[in-house]
Design a protein around this ligand. Structure first.
Ligand SMILES: NC(=O)c1ccc[n+]([C@@H]2O[C@H](COP(=O)([O-])OP(=O)(O)OC[C@H]3O[C@@H](n4cnc5c(N)ncnc54)[C@H](OP(=O)(O)O)[C@@H]3O)[C@@H](O)[C@H]2O)c1
Length: 294
């Protein structure tokens, strides 16, 4: 038992994981490039996450590159049987830290082997194909070729389950004709709600939805309403943002990222926060404010 059980569980491939996990992207250096300032602190954050009951960690070998996975290995290998590490492929970094599409057969195959080596695994539990048709958000277009490569790697036994990231509903529907899709990882949070209908459809299909940037990403969410709600509930704005996601739909699996042990504890404590329907309605209004501002 862990206090994180309070938030419930959901299926991820052939595993069941707790609905609050951890995203490891913040463990690399500034701009997700190079080593962190304090490697020992990064190791400590990961160990504390798992001690507190986190059983789902999101990563990629292009964080660093390689650095984040190597830190995960140093901190947690040999892994607990109940730990599910999810990675993603299809980008590489240039020498200035830029994000370059890497969706050819050779690049995807290399990426799977890089993840296996740096994480110290024989098989990757879940691999997301991250669409790079547009680095900034989902864009229609065929992902058939790269997904077929990932399905081949799955048949070879190097990958257990396949997910998609930064994608549209059509790309998921098309993808399901190539291989089972166990999760979708797209940008979603209190104010970025393009996927509301998509989440409902995935919930009906029993597919996990993993919002990235759950706290707003590189510029964490800031709003007078959010701060006001947090004050009234004796919580922090980030806890309210996470509690809202937990209540939003049962197929949401959270992976808030942090390099700070204090923020990790704060984020995991969001499982103790219950938002009343009136508060949820108030927070729902934030998405409208954003839409009106654009
Ligand atoms: N598929 C994709 O394309 C994609 C893209 C981006 C991210 N991801 C995944 O999604 C995960 C989550 O996204 P993310 O880490 O970029 O963004 P996030 O979870 O929305 O926010 C992380 C930011 O919030 C700060 N933060 C965290 N907890 C806080 C707290 N309690 N109080 C104040 N600030 C806090 C962090 O800084 P501190 O380090 O100072 O706490 C960091 O700047 C990543 O780790 C990665 O695994 C996937």
């Amino acid at each position: 038992m862990s206090r994180l059980d309070k938030a419930g569980h959901f299926t991820l491939g052939d595993r069941t994981v707790r609905r609050i996990g951890y995203g490891a992207m913040q463990l690399a250096g500034p701009g997700v490039f190079g080593p962190p300032k304090d490697r020992a602190a990064a190791v400590a954050v990961l160990r504390e996450a798992v001690e507190q009951g986190v059983d789902h960690i999101d990563t990629s070998d292009f964080y660093g590159p390689h650095v984040t996975n190597q830190i995960i290995r140093e901190a947690l290998h040999p892994y607990r049987d109940d730990l599910t590490i999810v990675t993603k492929i299809s980008a590489r970094r240039d020498d200035k830290g830029g994000w370059i599409p890497a969706m050819s057969r050779a690049e995807l195959t290399q990426a799977v082997h890089d993840n296996l080596r740096n994480l110290g695994l024989d098989v990757l539990q879940v691999v997301n194909l991250r669409s790079m048709l547009d680095v900034h958000g989902p864009r229609e277009g065929s992902l058939e070729e790269p997904l077929a490569v990932l399905a081949d790697l799955q048949r070879q036994g190097l990958v257990r389950h396949v997910g998609l990231s930064n994608v549209t509903p059509k790309q998921v529907a098309d993808g399901r004709r190539i291989c089972p899709i166990v999760c979708v990882q797209n940008q979603y949070n209190l104010v970025h709600r393009d996927d509301d209908a998509f989440i409902a459809a995935l919930a009906a299909a029993g597919t996990a939805y993993v919002p990235f940037f759950p706290l707003g990403g590189f510029t964490p969410l800031q709003s007078a309403t959010l701060s006001d709600v947090a004050r009234r509930l004796d919580a922090t704005p980030m806890q309210v943002a996470l509690a809202w996601l937990l209540q939003r739909s049962p197929n949401l699996l959270l992976i808030p990222g942090t390099s700070s042990p204090a923020h990790l504890r704060e984020n995991l404590a969001a499982v103790d926060l219950q938002l009343s329907p009136a508060v949820v309605a108030e927070l729902d209004g934030l998405a409208g404010e954003r839409a009106a501002a654009h």
